[in-house]
Write a protein that binds this ligand. Structure first.
Ligand SMILES: C[S@@+](CC[C@H](N)C(=O)[O-])C[C@H]1O[C@@H](n2cnc3c(N)ncnc32)[C@H](O)[C@@H]1O
Length: 456
């Protein structure tokens, strides 16, 4: 492991620095916790085993879903009445999905997904209600933009960052938070003056792809455009590759930006591309967290559109409030560049956007009050050795789930909706008049769900 990187790291649980290191893995001697390494990428989550188990389950679930998709398409192909073009499209899509499954399986080998054997139904039932940005494929299009067809978009992104650097383009030690598939971090490292560049994300698929291409090992992966331009564009095999092998000093870290595993005040530059509006943490707290990572006179560079979507309207900040929040948290008045750039305009898709991006740079002038550690999961979840509390919410969920499973068990291919209403009445769960419309709404929802498209 690089000595430069080692000096920048700290324990994401207790902030102790430096971490000790043996055989390419890090360890916190204070917490007595070992952090795994995923194909050489340090896995620096506050609860490394719990988060690894969670991602493993999530990845396994995605692989199983892809297998189910293949079976479903296979069944559709058997329909004798298919027009030849449709049959051809389905056959192409089936073989692309099979290929995609195999390439994911190979890429994700370091996560040891194969060691899991649960059924897809068990994973479906136990799947955590994860934020949408944690699903395996949520940012899958970014991979193709970053490393296949996105030259114009990637250049426009870098240009925006340069626009807020003024004459001072020496970035020193750079941390890119929420780096995704890593192209902006790579471009900064290769085209701007950076000493070390650390690209951090919590999605292992994205960072494993970034690792392969930046090391000069191209990957062949399918893109599945949302609005294919033609039949052939339904699934397009792309070669993902970097313009050249990344130079020394470029590092990938798997971890949570809300529990950043870095020593305080160790970076000259922190970059947040398309991130501040999607993290669950309120901007004033996240801004203070970024302040804590920077040296005095270090710079925060933000890039991306602002689309805060917090349930509380008060937290859906405008550009004016965003600037004020940055300045309130120990930074200079942000210097802003507002510009429109193309976004996710795949050549194979009819869908593509223009985004008015809000790029700013702000110097750290003083320390902000250190925010409390981001609340990770409670111990009864992480350790698994304490009783699971029977909260009012859990109690009500347990009862709802029982009713749900009872109604589902009444579906036997023979009973009518009215028969089911009679059973609910005989079990004294509802009156007959209440039961019939309630079951109708329930089955409508089930039916709608069954008609929704699945797949990549
Ligand atoms: C909108 S995408 C932007 C990706 C990349 N910066 C780009 O411009 O293509 C947001 C990224 O942040 C990552 N992310 C979201 N929340 C995170 C968290 N708490 N810790 C680490 N990464 C996170 C996601 O996995 C995703 O790659």
């Amino acid at each position: 492991m690089s000595e430069d990187l080692h000096k920048l790291l700290a324990c994401p649980r207790c902030d102790k620095t430096p971490l000790s290191e043996a055989e390419g893995r890090y360890r916190c001697d204070a917490c007595k916790i070992d952090f795994p390494s995923i194909d050489g990428i340090p896995w620096l989550f506050a609860e490394p085993q719990a988060s690894l188990g969670e991602w493993r389950g999530r990845l396994q679930f995605s692989l199983q879903q892809l297998s189910q998709d293949v079976s479903r398409i296979d069944a559709e192909i058997k329909d004798q009445d298919l027009r030849p073009l449709t049959k051809r499209r389905l056959e192409r899509f089936k073989s692309a999905t099979e290929y995609h499954r195999r390439s994911l399986q190979k890429l994700l080998q370091p996560i040891d997904v194969q060691s899991l054997h649960g059924t897809v139904e068990s994973y479906l039932a136990l799947r955590t209600r994860m934020p949408t940005d944690q699903a395996l494929h949520t940012y899958y299009t970014n991979v193709h933009r970053d490393w296949a067809w996105g030259d114009a978009e990637n250049a426009a992104s870098l240009k925006q960052v340069r626009a807020v650097l003024h004459d001072n383009a020496e970035l020193g030690n750079v941390l890119v938070l929420g780096a995704g598939a890593g192209r902006l971090a790579y471009d900064l490292h290769m085209q701007v003056e950076c000493t070390n560049t650390i690209a951090m994300d919590f999605n292992p698929l994205l960072l494993l792809i970034a690792q392969s291409v930046t090391k000069g090992e191209p990957l062949k992966m399918y893109e599945f455009p949302i609005a294919p331009k033609s039949l052939e564009d339904d699934a397009v095999l792309r070669t993902l590759s970097a313009p050249e092998v990344v130079r020394d000093g470029f590092h990938l870290i798997l971890g949570d930006v809300l529990r950043p595993p870095f020593a305080a005040q160790s970076f000259n530059t922190v970059v947040t591309p398309w991130l501040i509006d999607i993290v669950s943490e309120d901007l004033p707290i996240f801004a203070a967290r970024i302040n804590g990572l920077l040296k005095t006179n270090g710079r925060w560079i933000n890039f991306g559109s602002l689309a805060f979507s917090h349930p509380d309207r008060a937290r859906r900040y405008s550009p004016e409030e965003t600037k004020a929040i940055v300045a309130e948290n120990g930074f200079s008045d942000p210097y802003v560049s507002d510009s429109t750039i193309p976004y996710m305009c795949s050549p194979a898709s009819r869908h593509g956007r223009q985004e008015k991006v809000f790029t700013f740079s702000a110097y750290k002038e003083r320390d902000a009050e250190a925010p409390a550690r981001h609340r990770a999961l409670p111990d009864w979840i992480v350790t698994g050795t304490e009783p699971v509390p029977l909260t009012p919410f859990f109690r009500s969920q347990a009862m709802t789930t029982q009713v749900y499973s009872f109604i589902m068990s009444l579906i036997d291919g023979k009973r009518t909706l009215q028969d089911m209403a009679n059973v609910l009445e005989s079990q004294k769960l509802m009156t007959r008049d209440e039961a019939e419309p309630a079951i109708r709404s329930f089955l409508t929802k089930m039916y709608d769900d069954s008609q929704k498209s699945v797949g990549v």
